[in-house]
Design a protein around this ligand. Structure first.
Ligand SMILES: NC(=O)c1ccc[n+]([C@@H]2O[C@H](COP(=O)([O-])OP(=O)(O)OC[C@H]3O[C@@H](n4cnc5c(N)ncnc54)[C@H](O)[C@@H]3O)[C@@H](O)[C@H]2O)c1
Length: 370
């Protein structure tokens, strides 16, 4: 089997925490041959650590990746740059004949995401978005229960993405022009992606949203160290009420900083007419678990994961989310089949998030009618 040749645009945080180490475990299928970053040292370090001996480095400008795309031997490109450039780089890579994994969120806004969807359809290449939380054990179990009909009609859900003090202090996260927003677009995106996927409902009707910038001037006790209030341009918390066409309601809560005591990130509460499902634990660290609840045998019952299967909260065959994501992506490329995270799904997440921002700015309900 021919090894797939991978090129990377952006060699920062997520490249080093997720993409490089996960793909490095697939040595019999993957070769990392090209590394691009505006900052030369980042691309060079990555090439040295993860690249083939003849791996190439592209750097020096925001458009250096275009040279990389001219290399016909590269099969796959991962777009790992700030949100503002996701759409342009992804479209260029698709039109250059590459399969693309783009980091979440799909794009900075709905119009940019639509360009990506068009490029995906016109190019015939594969496109996926980096929503690795779908690959967690608790997410997979929840998804199976939803598809089996065990929850019945899911008419209410809560998408949780709240940190007490978890403002990212690296990269350009609180820079509105580069990221498009704060915690809503950064971590709210994961929780909403999970929720829509569990509900298998991609038809939003309207949203009402609020955003706040209440805690940004006190960078005390942040998990990533103190942030700089002067560069904190985005909201520090955001909330949205989403009504779907079929009548279902989703409440989305997203915060990098919020005065509360039960942080929950990339987790979902689902309420169906047969049963409910609620996620707990440290899901982001692969230590999350789901509790199903229902009325049965004249009582209210809860079903929790058992320790007997392995480490608490894990199935015996636990694979880390980043590794599972990489494995299914490489498999989809070899088999020319759709990856688990489809662009038609990810674009709806971006559409809803944009609706919440618009509603917060205007104070009005935003209706989706296209
Ligand atoms: N899946 C997840 O859970 C997750 C977690 C963190 C970040 N992300 C996403 O990953 C993306 C990057 O975040 P990060 O934390 O790695 O940020 P980062 O700032 O650490 O890394 C981004 C890198 O891209 C480089 N870059 C910017 N524009 C470029 C261009 N035009 N060409 C080449 N290189 C360019 C920067 O120099 C930087 O090294 C964001 O979209 C973010 O939302 C996803």
């Amino acid at each position: 089997m021919k090894k797939l040749k991978f090129g990377f645009v952006g060699c920062g945080g997520i490249a080093n925490q997720k993409h490089f180490p996960a793909l490095a475990k697939l040595k019999d299928k993957v070769e990392m041959v090209a590394f691009c970053d505006i900052i030369p040292e980042r691309a060079e370090k990555a090439a040295k650590q993860y690249g083939t001996p003849d791996a190439k480095v592209y750097t020096g400008s925001a458009t250096a990746y275009k040279e990389m795309l001219k290399d016909p031997s590269i099969d796959v490109v991962h777009v790992l740059t700030p949100n503002v450039s996701h759409s342009q780089i992804t479209c260029d890579a698709l039109y250059a004949g590459k399969d693309v994994m783009c980091e979440k969120p799909m794009a900075i806004n709905y119009a940019e995401a639509k360009k990506m969807l068009e490029a995906y359809h016109k190019s015939g290449q594969l496109l996926t978005i980096g929503y690795q939380n779908r690959f967690r054990d608790d997410s997979q179990a929840t998804y199976k229960a939803c598809r089996n009909g065990e929850l019945g009609d899911i008419y209410f859900a809560k998408a949780h993405a709240v940190r007490r003090r978890g403002v990212p202090t690296w990269g350009v996260f609180p820079d509105k022009s580069k990221q498009g927003g704060g915690p809503l677009i950064d971590i709210g995106t994961h929780a909403l992606d999970l929720t829509l996927w569990f509900m298998n409902n991609y038809k939003p009707k309207m949203v009402l949203g609020s955003t706040y910038q209440k805690l940004k001037d006190n960078p005390e006790a942040n998990m990533f160290g103190p942030w700089d209030p002067k560069t904190f341009e985005t909201e520090d918390s955001a909330f949205g009420l989403i009504k779907m066409e079929n009548g279902a309601t989703i409440f989305l809560e997203a915060a990098w900083a919020l005065n509360m005591i039960n942080p929950k990130e990339a987790q979902v509460t689902l309420c169906g007419d047969k049963a409910g499902a609620e996620m707990f634990g440290q899901a982001f660290m692969d230590k999350g678990y789901v509790v199903f609840n229902r009325a049965a045998h004249g009582e209210l019952e809860e079903t929790r994961p058992s320790e007997a299967g392995g480490v608490f909260g894990f199935g015996a065959n636990h694979v880390e989310q980043r590794d599972a994501e990489a494995q299914q992506w490489v498999d989809a490329i070899y088999k020319r089949k759709e990856p688990l995270v489809k662009p038609e799904q990810a674009i709806v997440v971006t559409q809803i998030l944009e609706g919440i921002y618009k509603s917060a700015a205007t104070g009005k309900v935003v209706y989706f009618d296209d």
